[in-house]
Design a protein around this ligand. Structure first.
Ligand code: PMP
Length: 377
C-alpha cells in the first residue's frame, strides 16, 4: 500500500531530538524553529515529559471516559490556574479541528442560531464546520459548503458592525485567531477584539478564540487575546497542549451548559494524553516559559526588524512572521538545505518561526547569524 502524504515531504529522516535541536540518521544536527507547526511547546524529549508518559503507560494507558479519570481533573485544575480562567469548564478532545468543530456546535446549540462569522485568511481545521469557517476554498468539499458561514475582512470594525446590524440575531458565533497563523502571522487589533466582544454581548453571539496555534503561552501570555484585556466565551486549543501527543480542548465560560452527549469522544482526555498535557503545564510553570516566550520572542522580533531586506516582521512572542520580498523567497529553502534550520512558511515569502517556548537566546542567536548569512548571500 502506498502512503498518502498529507504535505510535500522533505527527504530527511529525523531520528533523535532534544530541546530545539534534532538530528537525522547521518547525525546531522538541525535547529528546529518550527516545532512541527507550533506543536513542540516544551522542547523535544523534555525529561519531565518523557518520565510522566512512561510512568502513566506503566500504570494504565487507556480506559473509557465512563469511569473516573483523576488526571483529567488535575489537567483542568492546572489549566485553570495557568490560564487564569479557573471558572471555565474544560472539554477534552484530540485535535484543533475537533476543538473548533465542538466549539461551533456548542455555540449553535446554545444560541439556537446557525450563522457563523469568520475572517478572511482564517484557518480553523479540516473537519466539516471548522473547514467551512476556513478561508481556503481548495480544502472545502461540496458537502462542507454552507451559506451559514460569512467571511468578513480581518480587523475591519466597520464591516463587523454592519454585519451585526444586518443579521445580528442570527449569529451563533464569531470565531477568530488572535494571531492568524496559516494566514501569514497577522495580529488582530485590540480594538477589533474589543468590538467582537461588545457586539457579541449586545446580540447574544458566542465569541470563540481559536487559540490552537497562537495560544498556550506562545505569545508570552497564555491566550493571545489576553493582551487585549478581552475575554472570549470559548477558547479552543491543541498543538502545544500535548507537546506532540495528540490532545485538544475547549474551555467554556461559566454561562454555557454542555449537556451529556452533545460533546463527546472515545479518545479525548485519555490517560496518556492527559499525562502529556499535565507534564507540559508543569514545565510551563516550573521553567517560567511564558516569560521566556516573551523575552526571547521580543528579542528575535527586535533583531529581525534590523535587517534592511526584511519587508515586515509580524507577530508577538514566539509566533513570528518574517515577510521578505518575492525575490528572496528562496531564503527559507536555503535555511534548511544550507544552514540546517527548520522554519515554516505562509505564502512563499513569509517565513514562520514557531519554536519551543523554552528556546534559549543562544539558539535564537544561531538563527539570526544564519539568517544574516542567507540575506548576504
Ligand atoms: N486552528 C488553527 C489556528 C490552526 O493553525 C490549526 C492547524 N494548523 C487548526 C485549527 C487545526 O488543528 P489540527 O491540525 O490539530 O486539526
Amino acid at each position: 500500500m502506498e502512503l498518502f502524504n498529507v504535505y510535500p515531504v522533505n527527504p530527511i529522516n529525523i531520528v533523535k531530538a532534544k530541546g530545539s535541536l534534532v538530528w537525522d540518521e547521518q547525525g546531522t544536527e538541525y535547529l528546529d524553529l518550527y516545532g512541527g507547526h507550533a506543536v513542540i511547546s516544551i522542547g523535544h524529549t523534555h525529561p519531565h515529559y518523557v518520565e510522566a508518559l512512561k510512568n502513566q503507560l506503566d500504570k494504565i494507558g487507556f480506559y473509557s471516559n465512563s469511569v473516573l479519570i483523576p488526571i483529567q481533573q488535575q489537567l483542568a485544575r492546572q489549566l485553570g490556574e495557568v490560564s487564569g480562567k479557573s471558572d471555565y469548564t474544560l472539554f477534552l478532545c484530540n485535535s484543533g479541528a475537533e476543538a473548533n468543530e465542538n466549539a461551533l456546535k456548542l455555540a449553535s446549540f446554545h444560541t439556537g442560531r446557525k450563522k457563523i462569522i469568520a475572517f478572511n485568511k482564517s484557518f480553523h481545521g479540516r473537519t466539516s464546520l471548522a473547514v467551512a469557517a476556513t478561508d481556503n476554498p481548495s480544502i472545502v468539499a461540496p458537502v462542507n459548503q454552507t451559506d451559514n458561514v460569512v467571511f468578513l475582512p480581518f480587523n475591519d470594525e466597520e464591516a463587523l458592525t454592519k454585519a451585526f446590524r444586518e443579521y445580528g440575531d442570527e449569529i451563533a458565533a464569531v470565531i477568530i485567531e488572535g494571531i492568524q497563523g496559516v494566514g501569514g502571522i497577522r495580529e488582530a487589533s485590540v480594538s477589533f477584539l474589543k468590538a467582537i466582544r461588545s457586539l457579541s454581548d449586545t446580540y447574544g453571539a458566542v465569541y470563540i478564540a481559536d487559540s490552537v496555534q497562537c495560544g498556550y503561552g506562545r505569545t508570552g501570555s497564555f491566550y493571545s487575546h489576553d493582551y487585549a484585556g478581552v475575554e472570549a466565551d470559548i477558547y479552543t486549543m491543541a498543538k502545544g497542549m500535548g507537546n506532540g501527543f495528540p490532545i485538544g480542548g475547549i474551555t467554556i465560560a461559566p454561562k454555557f451548559k454542555a449537556s451529556y452527549g452533545l460533546l463527546g469522544t472515545t479518545f479525548g482526555g485519555n490517560h496518556l494524553a492527559c499525562a502529556a498535557a499535565v507534564a507540559v503545564l508543569d514545565v510551563i510553570k516550573e521553567e517560567n516559559l511564558l516569560q521566556n516566550a516573551e523575552q526571547v520572542g521580543n528579542y528575535l522580533i527586535e533583531e529581525l526588524k534590523k535587517f534592511d531586506q526584511v519587508l515586515e516582521v509580524r507577530g508577538r512572542g514566539l509566533m513570528i512572521g518574517i515577510e521578505l520580498p518575492e525575490e528572496l523567497a528562496q531564503v527559507k529553502k536555503d535555511l534548511l538545505s544550507i544552514n540546517k534550520i527548520f522554519t515554516g512558511e505562509a505564502k512563499p515569502n513569509v517565513i514562520r518561526i514557531l519554536p519551543a517556548l523554552n528556546i534559549t537566546k543562544e539558539i535564537a542567536d544561531r538563527f539570526l547569524t544564519a539568517f544574516d548569512e542567507r540575506l548576504k548571500a
